[in-house]
Write a protein that binds this ligand. Structure first.
Ligand code: ZN
Length: 367
């Protein structure tokens, strides 16, 4: 029987969970145009379609460092409480409309202080926006649960302070911590004091690693800093030898697989930053087949001109993924989510598994 890839509409109808979404990378183009006009911030295009194209093309440079420069435009409008709240609410609505039932959205508060907000005001406005987004999504018939992750910028010197901020807001909407920014030359272990603090406080965290830098970056994040998830991590393939009859995993790859450390894989984003050469050769297929705890994410919907259903559609078309793989990745994401265990179980047992059972039944009947 010929494999028929899942369609976009089919995938959209299935519940999905995302762990790696940057709020400053997911603005609606129209919103960015409106907010930039209010502060006279010059944009490279003034029509939503042309602006979306500009972001995709500018981010499509093959370098993480150049990719990151496109964020100057989005961060510029995230400098007031109203704008933080609006962007957060719209991101939640857009994810929910795409069938996402759980999302962790991250951002770097230290980049949002240019117009006088305090770190705490940034967090409070964003958390309020997420809650508003959840309300609107539920009213539209697309219930979604969200949490927020605070990012410290790894090339700057406020990582410890942001880690403390995450701990201070842990019962007020913040579920975890991360470091973002230029990976090469800025290893996670340079911020060991921040990660030690988080561990002493029993605060959960993930770390961007193995996106532009190689194995030592992943090893530093996991073995030295104690990350329980890895942002991207696709360069872990350098520790896996697929040439023989049996795949051979190095110590680091085995450790990450066996500890069930989740990989927050972002396929389209990886093509733009040079972390992967093409979707056909993207390591996500091998990592999944080898039993890693793979999750599928957008990273930056605006820069990558993508959304969750599209990412899964690419994987369905290129790796033959169908409902079992989508279900596995969704359950993987919820098992690794920075959400209390009873809430994760509720989403898995009451929302995700029954929906996939229906979808699989329907597919069986149609076959
Ligand atoms: Zn990221």
């Amino acid at each position: 029987m010929n494999f028929k890839p899942l369609t976009h509409d089919e995938i959209r109808s299935a519940p999905k969970a995302v762990l790696h979404e940057h709020l400053d990378g997911g603005l609606r183009p129209q919103t960015l145009i409106e907010l930039a006009a209010e502060i006279d911030h010059p944009l490279p295009a003034h029509d939503p379609k042309a602006l979306a194209d500009w972001f995709f093309e500018a981010a499509n440079s093959g370098s993480l460092e150049r990719y990151l420069t496109t964020f100057d435009h989005t961060v510029a409008v995230l400098q007031t409480p109203d704008n933080c709240a609006r962007v957060a609410a719209e991101a939640v609505e857009d994810l929910a409309a795409d069938g996402v039932v759980y999302a962790e959205l991250r951002y770097a508060p230290e980049q949002q202080l240019q117009r006088g907000m305090s770190l705490g005001e940034v967090v409070e406005a964003t958390v309020a926006g997420l809650a508003e987004g959840e309300r609107r999504a539920a009213a539209a018939g697309h219930p979604i649960t969200t949490g927020t992750i605070l990012c410290g910028m790894r090339h700057a010197n406020r990582v410890k302070e942001i880690a403390e901020l995450a701990v201070a807001y842990r019962d007020k909407g913040v579920v975890g911590f991360d470091i973002a920014g230029a990976e090469i030359g800025h290893p996670a272990e340079a911020h060991l004091d921040a990660f030690d603090h988080l561990r002493r406080e029993c605060m959960r965290f993930t770390i961007h690693a193995g996106e532009s830098a190689h194995l030592p970056s992943i090893s530093g994040a996991v073995a030295q800093c104690g990350a329980e998830r890895i942002g991207h991590g696709v360069r872990l393939m350098e520790d896996i030898d697929l040439r023989g009859d049996e795949p051979k995993l190095g110590r680091l790859a085995s450790y990450i697989r066996d500890r069930r450390i989740a990989l927050e894989v972002c396929p389209s984003s990886n093509l733009q930053t040079g972390a992967a050469e093409s979707i056909e050769t993207h390591p996500v297929g091998d990592l999944y087949d080898l039993g890693f705890r793979v999750t599928v994410n957008n990273d930056n919907r605006l820069m990558s001109r993508t959304h969750t259903s599209r990412e899964f559609q690419l994987l369905s078309e290129n790796f033959g993924w169908s409902w079992p793989e989508l279900k596995r990745c969704t359950v993987n994401a919820l098992e690794a989510a920075f959400l209390p265990y009873p809430e994760r179980r509720r989403l898995i047992d009451e929302v995700v598994l029954p929906a996939y059972e229906r979808l699989e039944d329907r597919a069986d009947r149609a076959a």
